[in-house]
Design a protein around this ligand. Structure first.
Ligand SMILES: NC(=O)c1ccc[n+]([C@@H]2O[C@H](COP(=O)([O-])OP(=O)(O)OC[C@H]3O[C@@H](n4cnc5c(N)ncnc54)[C@H](O)[C@@H]3O)[C@@H](O)[C@H]2O)c1
Length: 340
């Protein structure tokens, strides 16, 4: 599709937690998008939907060949996502597929190998939080050399609490842990941030650890690692799920030119040099902002309009970005398993 006067007709495939809470409001609010259908096999999840006039269906097959639908937003678990994404791409749909793109590089390659490059180029991976203006500004600051180098980088994410009052959330996290450590799931965002901030060079894993704070979990829920960038940057990361209380979650970058930090809850950016401190605070809440910007870029992809991101690179996360993030998180997970 290329006519910018026509709305992009999008189906939401998977109306679970993030589908309902973040994709749906973004799709309904976007002036260039028409929500064409919602596909959700679970009756309980369908019952929570309030989308008057929009067909809500249980089976993807019912719309898979509908040529009037330009694009699918696939918000399913990563052990389901690659098969559905390929299904859509093969039918010529544009696909915004949630991260991680699969649960392993092997699964991703099995799903996407042999796909014509022109069809693969219609895929955008849901690395939602690379789209925040604070992340883009920080990437530009680092590339400009303003913070100096080599840099010390620390990424700490503890944003999925153990809330006894929310049994559905706890059950979903436990089910997800059965498919890999938090570094595979939450770590997808972290791996993508590191690529956006430091560039695509491969990070070496020097050390990694994991531990289980609750005995009955299917996998360790806290994990961390030390990594080294070929340009000498040192990276520390920590990712944890199911803690009983909030712990600061942030990206911090320190170098001879200054220190920068992003609070991962608000995405406020603070840059402190020797003489001055500057703050950049985004408008509204980070979820609405980032899902909205992600969708802006998906609409541009559907219309064949290039979107520049920080440092002259495309703003749109590709299949290669999705596999590169998985490659890092999988190397991390393997090292964590070995050091347990
Ligand atoms: N981008 C982000 O910031 C962000 C945030 C949270 C979650 N996620 C990712 O989104 C994905 C979904 O997470 P969630 O928390 O919403 O999970 P969820 O389990 O709440 O929702 C997934 C939904 O997909 C549905 N589904 C399963 N198979 C399907 C199929 N064949 N066709 C259509 N629907 C199907 C399920 O019934 C369920 O309702 C995960 O990969 C997760 O990592 C991304």
């Amino acid at each position: 599709m290329s006519d910018a006067t026509e709305p992009v007709r999008v189906a939401l495939v998977g109306a679970g937690d993030i589908g309902r809470a973040a994709h749906l409001p973004a799709l309904l609010a976007h002036p260039a998008v028409e929500l064409a259908a919602v596909v959700e096999p679970a009756a309980a999840a369908r019952a929570l939907l309030d989308v008057p006039g929009v067909p809500v269906i249980a089976e993807l097959d019912a719309i898979a060949d509908d040529e009037a639908i330009d694009a699918w937003v696939v918000a399913t678990p990563p052990w389901v996502t690659p098969r559905l994404a390929r299904h859509g791409l093969e039918r010529g749909r544009f696909v915004l597929a949630e991260k991680p793109i699969a649960t392993s590089v092997k699964a991703a390659r099995a799903a996407f190998d042999g796909l014509a490059p022109a069809l693969a180029a219609r895929l955008q991976v849901g690395f939602t939080y690379r789209h925040d203006p604070a992340v883009e500004r920080l990437a530009e600051l680092i590339a400009s050399g303003a913070l100096g180098g080599p840099l010390q980088v620390r990424v700490v994410v503890y944003d999925e609490l153990d809330d006894p009052a929310d049994g559905e959330h706890a059950a979903r996290l436990r089910a997800t842990l059965a498919h890999g450590l938090p570094v595979i799931h939450e770590g997808a965002h972290v791996a993508d941030w590191l690529r956006v901030l430091l560039g695509p060079a491969q990070l070496d894993v020097e050390h990694a650890w994991s531990l289980r704070t609750l005995p009955d979990l299917p996998a360790d829920n806290l994990c961390g690692a030390s990594l080294r960038h070929p340009r000498g940057h040192r990276v520390q990361l920590e990712i944890g799920w199911l803690l009983p209380a909030e712990v600061a979650s942030e990206i911090t970058i320190r170098g001879a030119g200054g220190c920068a930090s992003i609070d991962i809850v608000t995405f406020a950016l603070r840059v402190a040099g020797r003489a001055a401190v500057t703050d950049m605070v985004g408008t509204g809440d980070r979820t609405t902002r980032c899902f909205g910007r992600q969708l802006d870029r998906f609409v541009a992809l559907c219309r064949g309009e290039p979107v520049a991101g920080p440092n002259g690179r495309s703003a749109i996360p590709t299949l290669a970005d999705g596999i590169a993030a998985l490659d890092l998180t999988e190397r991390l997970a393997r090292r964590m398993e070995r050091t347990r």
